[in-house]
Design a protein around this ligand. Sequence first.
Ligand code: GDP
Length: 372
Amino acid sequence: NLKSGIVGLANVGKSTLFQSITKSSLGNPANFPYATIDPEEARVIVPDERFDWLCEHYKPKSIVPANLTVYDIAGLTRGASTGAGLGNSFLSHIRAVDAIFQVVRCFDDAEIIHVEGDVNPVRDLEIISDELRVKDIEFVEKALDALGKQTRRGGQSLEMKKLKEEEATVGKVLQFLKDGNDIRNGDWTPKEVEAINPLFLLTAKPCVYLVNLSEKDFIRKKNKYLPPLFDWIKKHSEGSPILPISACFEERLALMGDDAAAAEECKKLGTQSGLPKVITTMRTALNLGSFFTTGTDEVRQWTIRKGTKAPSAAGVIHGDFEKTFIQAIVYNYSVLKELGDEAAVKAAGKVMTKGKDYVVEDGDIMLIKAGA
Ligand code: GDP
């Protein structure tokens, strides 16, 4: 189960946002026992209209949506990488997540002090980005040191050749960081990625930027800080998604405690809750896709990395299935939706039988055949 952490300076709206996620219907699904696990960790539903359609279609006895774990990580401060504030413990929490939601304050409010004195989102982004990068440099230097000790022994063995290659890559990574870049923005070969992944670098994690606006700015989709913010992100973290959000507005909606009332309020204001998009965007940033298992007993959405082959996907359902996989009976949700029901899909000859090499497509509906 992949985890994402909410990161940002103090008083930017992280907890307000986290609380609204856990109090919303995404974090508090009526039919599910999980949701908030502890005060800093919540398991939230991944909203998906395909799943909703399948549930409506099969009216199964039980439904199991996909979920994502979200952590509220304590506020970062300038100097955290050298131990200021919660410093290192804070950074180790970031190390433990698979991706980062970075909350940036773009609301003015004289009552809510800004730790840096004034509201300046680009400066805030720079503080965080610098702290994470400094920490990565420290890690990579240690890793390089350790590799250097091993390669100094010299020799021509295959193992030594591999170590030397790894050392070269890690050296390249260090230079890249020192030049002021985040690892996620590099163009790495698959071999380099192999050397980079075990380092668990903070700047390698996918990042979704959440721009916290006042309710008014969120609704009118305008805020004076947005243009420089977009420019900065484009320059320093090209391709990372940016989502405007209003933590206060989400909190207000969540506290209504009633989806219908919240929907009514949104309609009146001509807007929508930004939370579903926050979750689905993170899922995409993590390179995740879904397949479904369906029937009148249960409709369930399963999470896989994009590009996963059928046996590994089967292994997500049950560990043993990966080894004992025989075949998968597959058709895509889009075909079912278009043709109306399973019988029509069959009649149209769109049900496929796939073997071990099949790469599961997002939205596949699968029946796995596995045996001893
Ligand atoms: P954190 O330290 O980043 O977790 O920040 P909090 O979520 O605790 O928010 C700090 C304060 O800012 C709280 O009093 C929130 O109510 C307030 N706040 C959060 N978002 C907004 C916003 O969009 N507008 C205004 N005016 N206040 C906000």
